[in-house]
Design a protein around this ligand. Structure first.
Ligand code: ATP
Ligand code: MG
Length: 676
């Protein structure tokens, strides 16, 4: 506690009522939460299993857990919940299965699976929209918004104003019925379902309010309506909670976040205590000044001042490069140079960008220089569609009860088994208490389904898969049998038909080959009999998949590449922000929609990740298809305090020597240096 400042200490020790800690970036909000958890356990004697802390990303939750475990002895921390809102929601659903109308082995559909279901439903509706894809995107956002606002389908239908809204509401209704029939939920349901349950069921609400003795919420500014209510219903009138947040870092409005929730709290809890923190412990003063100057251009809900005791630090560099390729080259070279000069490690560096597509150029350059890096949030191998398809077949082969795998592949490739049939299959499976795959081969299905053709299709699929299951599981050389299965369904043709380009199709086919070869290798290498079987290997792969999804665990020495959104709450000694151009940051859509303020907050989040140095880059011309288009520097660059900034490479000022440094990579030199 000694190394906290007096206001932080006050925030930690205040447990008499609801508390809101409102403070700018790097002022120790998250530190207050972790210390407070330790304080509640160590000093107040509250059992760890009665303390719940929620935050926004898995990465942040993991980091918080680690910080707490350093402060609390292992045994004492047992049962403590530190999770994302979604994981907490999932835990609640698992406890309240019956009330949620779900069965034990319910599945969670990922975004990809939901899109598939929605697109089936759209087809069925014969929607008038010419551009199916656009309509799909619009409807899925609409449904997500409804769920985040806790609006059920009936209500969506009754309040619909336009024809389009009404159509979307009907699809929403059908979508929910399908999820129910499949015994499945989507990502938004993880919050909406338990929150509605708390709202509607007094007994369950009281039970949970008793369970949650103290609740702590980080990044409070990004809660949406459903999350806000979830917090409110969990803590009840007693209001034993601490929320910390910064309205200037609210960057999820597009997902329904409402920073107004901070103001709402003062209304809901008149006894709310508000503590403001003003000292920043993270950044050198120049970086902080830059952050303050940029965000001063936004209107404010709460006034905050941030100051730092650290020295001024280096000037903030703004580097203009001729093209986006030069930009990537510059960043990679500069990073390697300064790392060598300053004897830093790779993990001290982060490269942040607005959109995932910007990572590719950087990745290529880093690879050339043999710089290890970690890309967060991009498409990892196991989340590629083709890998998920093949893995779903394999999952179903080792576990016929895996309903979400069944749903993924039943129409991949197309088997003309429509959503109406699947819904009926789901209802039948539920009534019999069996999985979807098992239901396909049950005799009773015919009477339930009515349509003869559909029954035959399902039956054929079920028996076909069972055959392959035997072939693959009982064989000492199963990989050729898996290839056989894929050729049976003409999967290669399917890939060639569905990939956007022929090259894209080749990459996908290579990926599948890579997967099958990896399975073969694992089989060859397995030492004891127990591991040398296909079932164990598939199980292992499924686990790798899960681990990949939580790859945040990896803290080896690598440069961190991620979007500005993903960087929230984190800090790095040296930060590069790339693509500081109009249309990128601020993003074109925000300029069009007049939501530049949110982009400015994103800029603020980016700047305040940096502890020691900050480098901003932009390209004068950016590749777009086969051509280059000229760019305009981001308006946020002009908002920086110019006396704290060093501009390099601006066309008007660029000296030939500088041009050479920026344009031509010192690749050979650097490689030599790296290898020395
Ligand atoms: P963000 O808004 O970016 O989430 P935050 O307010 O949550 O930031 P923290 O991440 O808790 O800030 O703290 C920022 C840095 O300051 C961390 O490195 C933390 O260890 C350090 N820090 C926090 N409080 C103190 C303190 N009283 N003395 C010294 N260092 C501190
Ligand atoms: Mg924080």
């Amino acid at each position: 506690m000694n190394n906290l400042n007096p206001r932080q200490q006050e925030a930690v020790k205040y447990i008499d009522g609801p508390l809101l800690v409102l403070a700018g970036a790097g002022s120790g909000k998250t530190s207050v939460i972790t210390r407070k958890i330790a304080y509640l356990i160590n000093e107040c004697g509250i059992k760890a299993h009665k303390i719940f802390a929620v935050t926004f990303t898995n990465k942040a939750a993991k980091e918080m857990k680690e910080r707490v475990s350093r402060l609390v002895q292992g045994k004492e921390a047992k049962g403590l919940t530190v999770s994302t809102f979604h994981t907490l929601g999932l835990t609640m659903i698992r406890y309240e299965l019956d009330a949620c109308g779900l069965k034990n082995n319910f599945s969670i559909l990922d975004a990809d699976d939901c899109q598939r279901l929605l697109s089936e439903l759209l087809h069925k509706d014969n929607s008038p929209e010419a551009d199916q894809k656009q309509a799909l995107k619009w409807i899925s956002k609409k449904i997500s918004d409804w769920k985040n606002d806790l609006i059920p389908p009936v209500q969506a239908v009754s309040v619909a104003q336009t024809k389009e809204d009404l159509m979307a509401a009907h699809i929403y209704d059908a979508y929910q019925r399908h999820l129910r029939a499949y015994n499945a939920v989507d990502f938004d349901d993880l919050i909406a379902l338990p929150t509605r349950l708390l709202q509607e069921n007094q007994a369950i609400r009281e039970k949970w309010q008793d369970k949650v003795h103290y609740l702590l919420v980080d990044e409070y500014q990004d809660t949406n309506t459903a999350q806000y209510l979830m917090v409110k219903l969990l803590v009840g009138v007693r209001g034993r909670f601490t929320a910390v947040g910064d309205d200037d870092q609210s960057i999820y409005a597009w997902r329904g976040a409402r920073p107004e929730n901070m103001v709402e709290l003062t209304k809901d809890y008149p006894q709310l205590k508000v503590i403001k923190l003003e000292q920043n412990y993270r950044s050198m003063a120049r970086i902080l000044n830059a952050a303050n100057a940029v965000i001063a251009n936004n209107p404010h809900v709460f006034d905050k001042k941030l100051w730092s005791q650290h020295g001024l630090g280096d000037l903030i560099r703004v580097i203009t490069c001729p093209t986006d390729r030069d930009e990537a080259e510059y960043v990679a070279n500069d990073l390697v140079n300064t790392k060598l000069m300053n004897r830093r490690t790779f993990k001290d560096y982060a490269i942040l960008y607005r959109g995932n597509f910007q990572a590719k150029a950087i990745e290529t350059q880093l690879r050339e220089l043999q710089v290890p890096y970690k890309l967060s949030g991009g498409t990892s191998f196991y989340s590629r569609a083709e890998i998920k398809d093949v893995m779903s077949y394999l999952r179903l082969i080792i576990n016929p009860d895996d309903d979400s795998a069944f749903l993924r592949i039943i129409n991949t490739p197309k088997r003309a088994i429509g959503p109406v049939t699947l819904e009926k299959l789901g209802v039948y499976a539920q009534s019999r208490g069996v999985s979807l795959l098992t239901a396909c081969t049950e005799l009773g299905l015919a009477a339930h389904l009515g349509q003869k053709k559909a029954v035959v299709s399902l039956h054929e699929f079920g028996t076909w898969l069972e055959e392959h299951q035997r072939e693959i599981l009982d064989n000492t050389d199963p990989v050729p049998k898996i290839r056989q299965l894929l050729s049976d369904i003409a999967y290669e043709d399917y890939i060639r038909e569905t990939a956007p380009t022929p090259q894209g199709a080749e990459v996908r086919l290579e990926n599948i080959n890579f997967l099958l070869n990896s399975i073969q290798n694992m089989l060859n290498k397995a030492e004891d009999e127990e591991d040398k079987n296909i079932e164990a290997i598939i199980r292992k792969l499924v686990l790798i998949d899960l681990l990949e999804q939580q790859a945040e665990a990896d803290d080896s020495d690598r440069v961190q590449l991620m979007t500005l959104h993903a960087a929230k709450g984190l800090e790095f000694p040296h930060v590069y922000m790339i693509g500081l151009e109009e249309d990128l940051l601020p993003h074109r859509n925000s300029i069009d929609a007049d939501t530049v303020e949110e982009e400015r907050r994103l800029m603020y989040v980016g700047i305040t990740r940096a502890k020691q140095t900050l480098t901003l880059t932009l390209a004068e011309r950016r590749k777009s298809g086969a051509d280059f288009r000229s760019t305009t520097p981001s308006r946020f660059l002009e908002e920086l305090p110019q006396d704290q900034v060093e501009w390099q490479g601006r066309r008007s000022q660029k000296s030939p020597a500088e041009k050479k440094r920026i344009g031509g990579a010192h690749l050979a030199n650097l490689k030599a240096l790296l290898n020395s």
